[in-house]
Structure formats: structure tokens, C-alpha cells
Design a protein around this ligand. Structure first.
Ligand code: IPE
Ligand code: IPE
Ligand code: MG
Length: 260
């Protein structure tokens, strides 16, 4: 069985992610900023691409572990709109690894009932990459297990600007009253419209920033920053982050339940 389900020692999912105040429940949606591949490689005297390769292995582990723990949505930051600033050779390596990942892992993801979704800007991606992303989404469209969201060529500010353009077009066409634009309507034209907001955001490798990852959707997410580099991430790391999350007191602006 490709995705063993005995790894978890965290509570089973319940009405996960419900925005009610008090002790957090099992996160329905975990989002990960997979950082530190380069530093992992540098610490071993290896080329950066080796860090990225090992990052793919860690990604495979993370998907299995999230699925086994009963997490319903896992979003990973694969390539940011700002990552184009890297040397062309590294960008090519990252796209090469995406191609390999989809070709090698899609069948297993599908067998495991994982639904793959991709967010980010398709413009600027090679045709064959777009075709692979479409294939992954189409093949797994009806699956009912873990929703695995890959943020590729994704930038949160760009996503919000795209959503604003979409609404502005409707206003220009006379189909939308500007006064009707509220948080729900804007949320409904974002790439993430089909997913709940992340409950927990994990970033590896010590940087304490979100680097343009889901700025709208993480307004009330809990953040866990870990010192481990991404290639070292495994199910124990994920379980540890979820345990931190479960100790948090989510208030969503309400009163502190412990203080009343
Ligand atoms: C994360 O590792 C992978 C991507 C950004 C695609 P990095 O390549 O950012 O690794 P560091 O931060 O340089 O160590
Ligand atoms: C964020 O990591 C992007 C991804 C993990 C894909 P970066 O390594 O690009 O972020 P910065 O540049 O350190 O903020
Ligand atoms: Mg980095």
C-alpha cells in the first residue's frame, strides 16, 4: 500500500479547521514553504541541484504523511514568481524536477485517491509543463482523498491583482456593482477559491517570512517556523509542527477563552 496510515499519533480529523475560538483542532489545511534545499546541499559540499532533488524526496514523504494523518488539504510552495530571479540553470533544474515528479509520481498519487490541484500563473510556463499540470489535475479530478495543491509560478500579490482584474472586467461589462465587492466575492475569484484557508503554515530552514505565499489566505493561519532544512523534513517533523499547532489558542479576534 503506497500511503500507509499508521504513522500518525495525532488525533483523528473532526470538524477540522472550524473557525471557532479556543483550543485548535486538527488542521484541515496545512501549507508548507519548502525552504533550505540550497543550504542543505551547501552544508554537505554538494551542488544546489542535489538539494532540490532531495527536496523532491522530502515532498513525497510529506504528501504520504499528511494523507496518513488525515489532513484534508496540503499546499506546497514549489516555485515563486520571484524565483525567476535565480540563475537560468537553477530555474531549469527546478522545472526539470517538476516534470520528473509529475511523470514519476502521478500514477501513485492517483492510486492513493489524491486530488492534485495547481495554483499560480500559467503564463510564462513552457507548453509541456502546462500540459503536465493539466494532466495531473484532469486525471485526479474525481478523487476524494487528500487535496494536494502545488503552488507553481505562484505569487500572492499577483494572484490578488489577477482577481481584481477579473472583478473589474465584470464591473466594466455592467455585470457587477462595485458595492457588492466584499471579502467573500474577492475570495471567490482567487486561485484558492475551492479550498479552505490554511490552518497551519510551516516554513523550514529558519527564515521567518512568508515570501509572497498566500498573503490573503493566511490572515488567521497559525505559523510554525522550523530550523530544519526542507530535505530533512519527514513525518516526525510534520507531526511535531501539528502538535505545536494543537497547543495554540485560535481566537479569530474573539475573546481569550482562558481569560474569561
Ligand atoms: C527551496 O530551497 C526551494 C525553492 C525555493 C524552489 P532554496 O533553493 O530556497 O534553498 P536556500 O534557501 O537557498 O537554502
Ligand atoms: C520561497 O522560498 C519560495 C519557495 C519555497 C518556492 P525562497 O527561498 O525563494 O524565499 P526567500 O527569497 O528566502 O524569501
Ligand atoms: Mg530559500
Amino acid at each position: 500500500m503506497p500511503f500507509p496510515s499508521q504513522l500518525a499519533q495525532v488525533p483523528p480529523p473532526d470538524e477540522a479547521g472550524c473557525p471557532d475560538a479556543g483550543r485548535a483542532r486538527m488542521p484541515a489545511h496545512v501549507a508548507i514553504i519548502m525552504d533550505g534545499n540550497g543550504r542543505w546541499a551547501a552544508a554537505r559540499g554538494l551542488p544546489r541541484v542535489e538539494g532540490h532533488r532531495r527536496g523532491v524526496v522530502a515532498l513525497r514523504r510529506a504528501v504520504r504523511a499528511a494523507d496518513a494523518m488525515g489532513i484534508r488539504y496540503l499546499t506546497v510552495y514549489g516555485f515563486s514568481t520571484e524565483n525567476w530571479r535565480r540563475p537560468a540553470e537553477e530555474v531549469a533544474d527546478l522545472f526539470g524536477l517538476l516534470r520528473i515528479f509529475i511523470r514519476r509520481d502521478l500514477a501513485e498519487l492517483h492510486e492513493s485517491n489524491v486530488r492534485v490541484r495547481v495554483i499560480g500563473d500559467r503564463a510564462g510556463l513552457d507548453e509541456d509543463v502546462v500540459a503536465l499540470l493539466d494532466e495531473a489535475q484532469d486525471l485526479t479530478r474525481r478523487n476524494t482523498g487528500l487535496t494536494f495543491v502545488v503552488a507553481f509560478n505562484y505569487g500572492g500579490r499577483q494572484e490578488i491583482a489577477r482577481a481584481a482584474r477579473a472583478l473589474a472586467r465584470l464591473v466594466r461589462a455592467g455585470q457587477l456593482d462595485p458595492e457588492a465587492i466584499d471579502v467573500d466575492l474577492l475570495g471567490s475569484v482567487l486561485d484558492t477559491r475551492d479550498f479552505p484557508d490554511p490552518d497551519l503554515v510551516i516554513r523550514t530552514s529558519g527564515e521567518v517570512r512568508i515570501s509572497n505565499f498566500l498573503p490573503w489566505q493566511t490572515a488567521y493561519s497559525e505559523f510554525v517556523f522550523l530550523s530544519e532544512h526542507w530535505p530533512d523534513f519527514d513525518e516526525a517533523t510534520l507531526r511535531g509542527a501539528v502538535e505545536q499547532f494543537l497547543r495554540r489558542d485560535r481566537r479569530f479576534g474573539g475573546r481569550n477563552a482562558r481569560a474569561v
